[in-house]
Design a protein around this ligand. Structure first.
Ligand code: ZN
Length: 488
């Protein structure tokens, strides 16, 4: 494969017209050049692979193209300046990686050189990528140049973390926020490239690649590189293999088992997927994705543009959605999201995913989130105002199969939702004592607490022990079941 040029470089957009996914920015810059209102400094923000460097090079070419006598929104692409700028090695268009040139010395050198006129172009353009990495001193030095820039100098800064760029710099730049590129646009672009490369590719396979790229054209093109290196044709099976994601029918089978309230079948399907070599993380991500799309279908309709799926899969999602109530779907999204966080680095990851599936399949046996939240809020508020029972956080059992709890889940949309009825009970006065850090750790490590967190999502913000008074002074008639819950 000697001389193979990766697709991201081979098919980098060369003009504002060709830019994919950032059309509004391309349009604004085109107008700025046409009307001669080009700013001294630009800041391009956005995640990686969305076209910041590409846009910077096009802007530099537009300012410096030697084909005409002045800047042009349509640089020729063939003059010496255009060619070397496109390669990233022009003498007057200096590309600096802020991550490896972050000190004051580098910026001082930049300032000293910026004074001199460009050698052949109209403008000296400094493109500093990952500008947020500069040190404080370097930013201060840069600021001096930004305050009084020589008229022949233009700055283009790019960053993935704009919140780390000092306000003094921000206020001197014209800012453009690069958006994540929509899946459909990435898929379209991949298709066009496959045509140019005369490679056969399934539309569904390209869409899957585009989805995996998650808004980054560069990631999408790297994946396509990988696929083309291994096969003659881009097929869905091959993409699934390379991505290590479970095949759709597997994911669908798990969701169907959950809809059937058949936990055993869900676990069986999970085992089969894992046996086929798919990782736990990928299965959980696929399930998360599926329930998210179902949530979108349930709330915005199955035809919603927010659902980024090809037609065949969109149909599947529509059908599955009809088998769940919206609250059940929303709960599943939360449970799976939480599970995917918890399995990272966990030695019992599989057990956590299995627990999540059982929880979802048998959700009607568990407490509903609404009444749990209400109880947690009562605890947070001290619970005394309402005279309601309060319990230490340590004592939230994970399952809590309370008779009063309303079932939440896979009920068909037509079924009426029983109202959650938390049952207030009278309680004796209690004393509140803070916990030691050892005790707090114990609570956090408690499997029941962890499971409750997994199930309902949330963070531990406060812990205290609530002590019941001596039973001897409890007013007659006051009901106490505190004995069983106060074990410490
Ligand atoms: Zn040119």
């Amino acid at each position: 494969m000697a001389g193979y040029l990766v697709l991201a470089r081979k098919y980098r957009s060369e003009t504002f017209e060709e830019v994919v996914g950032q059309e509004p920015i391309a349009r604004t810059l085109t107008n700025a050049i046409r009307t001669g209102r080009v700013a001294h400094a630009y800041l391009f923000t956005g995640t990686r692979g969305v076209g910041k460097t590409t846009m910077a090079r096009i802007l530099a070419k537009a300012l410096n193209c030697l084909d005409g006598d002045e800047p042009t929104p349509t640089p020729c692409g063939t003059c010496d300046a255009c060619v070397s700028i496109a390669r990233g090695d022009d003498v007057d268009v200096i590309e600096i990686d802020g991550a490896s040139n972050r000190g004051i010395d580098e910026i001082r050198e930049l300032r000293n050189n910026a004074i001199f006129r460009p050698s052949r172009c109209r403008f000296k353009v400094y493109y500093i990528d990952e500008v947020h990495m500069l040190t404080k001193e370097a930013f201060n030095a840069l600021l001096k140049t930004l305050e009084e820039p020589p008229s022949h100098v233009k700055f283009i800064f790019a960053t993935t973390e704009v919140e780390k760029v000092p306000a003094t710099i921000l206020s001197r730049c014209q800012r453009f926020d690069f958006r994540n590129i929509p899946t459909a646009k990435i898929a379209e672009h991949l298709k066009a490239i496959c045509e140019k490369e005369t490679v056969a590719a399934d539309a569904d396979a390209l869409y899957r690649v585009a989805r995996a790229a998650a808004g980054s054209m560069r990631d999408g093109l790297s994946l396509l590189d990988q696929l083309l290196a291994g096969a003659e044709k881009v097929t869905d099976e091959e993409v699934i293999r390379v991505l290590g994601t479970p095949p759709d029918e597997r994911t669908i089978a798990i969701v169907q088992a959950i809809a059937d309230a058949n936990a055993a079948a869900a676990l069986g399907e999970l085992a089969a997927v894992l046996d086929s070599g798919v990782t736990l993380t990928s299965v959980t991500a696929a399930l998360s994705d599926m329930f998210r799309n179902m949530m979108l279908a349930a709330t915005c309709g199955p035809e919603s543009e927010l659902i980024e799926l090809p037609e065949t899969q969109r149909k599947n999602v529509g059908e599955l959605t009809g088998r769940f109530s919206t609250p059940a779907i929303v709960q599943a999204v939360g449970v799976l999201q939480r599970t995917s966080q918890n399995i990272r680095g966990s030695s019992v990851g599989r057990a956590l995913v299995e627990a999540a599936l059982v929880r979802l399949a048998e959700a009607d046996k568990f407490v509903d989130p609404a009444s749990l939240i209400e109880r947690l809020e009562q605890m947070a508020a001290g619970g005394t105002a309402m005279g309601q029972k309060k319990k230490p956080v340590t004592n939230i059992p994970a399952g809590m199969p309370r008779p009063a709890a309303a079932p939440v889940r896979a009920t068909p949309p037509t079924a009426a939702q029983p109202e959650p009825t938390p049952s207030p009970e009278p309680e004796p006065k209690k004393k509140v004592k803070p916990l030691s850090s050892d005790e707090k750790q114990k609570v956090q490590d408690d499997p029941a607490v962890r499971e409750a967190m997994t199930l309902f999502g949330g963070n531990m913000v406060h812990m205290e022990r609530v002590e019941t008074p001596d039973p001897a002074v409890v007013t007659p008639g006051a009901e106490t079941d505190e004995e069983e819950t106060e074990q410490e």
